[in-house]
Design a protein around this ligand. Sequence first.
Ligand code: ADP
Ligand code: ZN
Length: 292
Amino acid sequence: MILGALEAGGTKMVCAVGNEKGEIFEQISIPTRTPETTVPEMISYFKEKKVEALGIGCFGPIDPDRNSKTYGYITSTPKLAWADYNIVGAFEEALGCPVGFDTDVNGSVLGEVTFGQAKGKSCVIYITIGTGVGAGIYIEGKLLHGMLHPEAGHVLIQKRSSDTFEGTCPYHRNCLEGLAAGPAIKARWGQDAVALKDRQEVWDLEAYYIAQALTGYILTLSPELIILGGGVMHQLQLFPMIRGYVTEMLNGYLKTEELSDMDCYIVPASLNDNQGIMGCLELGRRAKEELG
Ligand code: ADP
Ligand code: ZN
């Protein structure tokens, strides 16, 4: 089956063609401008490849509820050109094939569950820490939506008393995204995260904040596996620090096999940064199966 995959991001649109085995045949990246300029370019790409279905993993907030009037829309995004835009409708109409739709992070967790290290597990969280922070949640074998979809990057975090940085999130200030996403690191320390690699205090604070969020997710959702991806998590020294803080914060309260092996419980993404696009292939496959 020839499947199209679109990972729609705030800065770039990654379009790929592949199959139901998660094999990616080719991919391109287009800067995210406006729907009027960017969408026709993507449509002609997928048309030319004769895709039989398309899966879209999209920045949000979005409406993923098939029974809603605004299903398939990007809704209240701060990227104003894309607010209230019917992205699914645009592709369905132009390509005439089934289109699957979910958040970018639900796409990533689906990629890991279908093709990666989370295969066979039924409760998995994928968290991206990049320009923003988001979490895809696969629970009891299903992608979690609830009333909208999780926005777990915005959970509130208790600041260290020595941290005087006020936080970048215009809604909450001291949420995980506001304190720990790439732009927050840059604003707090005055340099790009990449350039701060050797500054121990930067990553210690980062790990402390990420661990608070993970502890909350663990206690609420009881995941079997936690996967951390996104640009900031390329700083692999964060992993042992995060595991250490989570262990400290849980303080022995939960005793499970998973938590007794933290190195295998809180892990980096496993698919060479292709988890998102591979998850979109699976969203496309599922749309084909469900909608014909
Ligand atoms: P996006 O979230 O836009 O899809 P990324 O996941 O690559 O893209 O996140 C970009 C953010 O991650 C930027 O703020 C950047 O500073 C940060 N970043 C990218 N690479 C690294 C790295 N190797 N180490 C630390 N931070 C990084
Ligand atoms: Zn926030």
